[in-house]
Design a protein around this ligand. Structure first.
Ligand code: ATR
Length: 279
């Protein structure tokens, strides 16, 4: 019998998570399959009940369900409660348990790029769902200061209070400075715009964009032009997925297997983006 896993989100058709998990299951020698479940926001509760009734073993949770799904799970761990978002669900003894691996994905992306965050001044652009895991990760990494800029100032203030960081209004983003800048808004997704220009990025050493379609966003191109070290969002997707595999299987993949999955993930996005370019 094959165990069934999947990602729920809306939209989710183009998710790259099946690449990570189906290959991961194969390399772990597990009889499991991973699919995509496109779930409308108004159907979320019914979908979660369905997961339980059908005995689906685990879920990845993506936009826009990461926050609201908490209401329909049996238990969530302390970290996802602190972050206020769940991206991983496990079915255990007919109970649905919620976890968050996004923050680990962020930290691993920095770690594999050899970037230490300790005592650094970090600017976070955006205050949506994704920003929460990023800010939590930055606190865990013992950064010196985290400053959040958001178009809707009130949301930056709410996150600043929740995580004891600093909120600044969007108009002041032009004056932002620090060592690390992390772009967490949806700006730049399948478009050629950037929330900040090269003159701002020139004041930073490292720039990360959570958007990975295109892989080299305009934000990252500007950052590269002005000499920043750049980190793309696909690396975070990869590592949050690897952590999910660990939670579901209670096993750790050897580094050769991780390299194989990473290679396949980057090859797939390049294939897709090559095709998109021709559209
Ligand atoms: P996610 O869970 O992916 O973070 P979200 O919760 O909808 O998605 O958050 C989207 C983020 O992108 C928010 O910070 C949003 O700013 P607002 O809070 O002001 O809506 C930001 N964002 C989206 N479009 C934007 C734009 N055109 N300019 C600036 N920020 C934008």
């Amino acid at each position: 019998m094959y165990n069934v896993y999947g990602v729920i989100g809306y939209p989710v058709k183009h998710s790259l998570s099946p690449i990570i998990h189906n290959l991961g299951f194969k390399l772990l020698g597990l009889k499991a399959v991973y699919g995509t479940f496109e779930v409308l926001p108004e159907d979320l509760e019914k979908a979660v009940m369905g997961v339980k009734a059908l005995g689906i073993k685990g879920l990845s949770v993506t936009v826009p369900h990461k926050e609201r799904i908490i209401n329909y799970l049996d238990v969530i761990d302390d970290i996802s409660s602190e972050i206020g978002a769940v991206n991983t669900v496990v079915m255990e003894n007919r109970k649905l348990l919620g976890f968050n691996t996004d923050w680990i994905g962020v930290l691993k992306a920095f770690e594999t790029n050899g970037v230490s965050l300790k005592n650094k001044r970090v600017v976070v652009v955006g205050a949506g769902g994704a920003a929460k895991s990023v800010i939590y990760a930055m606190k865990k990494a013992e950064t010196k200061e985290v400053i959040v800029y958001n178009r809707t100032y009130q949301k930056a203030i709410e996150l600043a209070e929740r995580f004891s960081v600093i909120a600044k209004p969007w108009e002041e983003l032009e004056k932002a400075e620090g060592e690390v800048i992390i772009q967490t808004t949806s700006v730049g997704l399948n478009s050629k715009v950037s929330v900040v220009g090269p003159e701002v990025l020139a004041r930073f050493k490292v720039a990360m964009d959570l958007v990975y379609s295109p892989l080299k966003t305009t934000f990252l191109s500007y950052a590269e032009e002005v000499g920043c070290q750049t980190i793309d969002g696909l690396l975070m997707l990869f590592y949050q997925g690897i952590e999910q595999l660990k939670i579901w299987s209670q096993k750790t993949l050897p580094s050769e297997s991780l390299d194989l999955i990473k290679k396949e993930l980057y090859a797939e996005i390049k294939r897709r983006q090559g095709l998109d370019d021709k559209d």
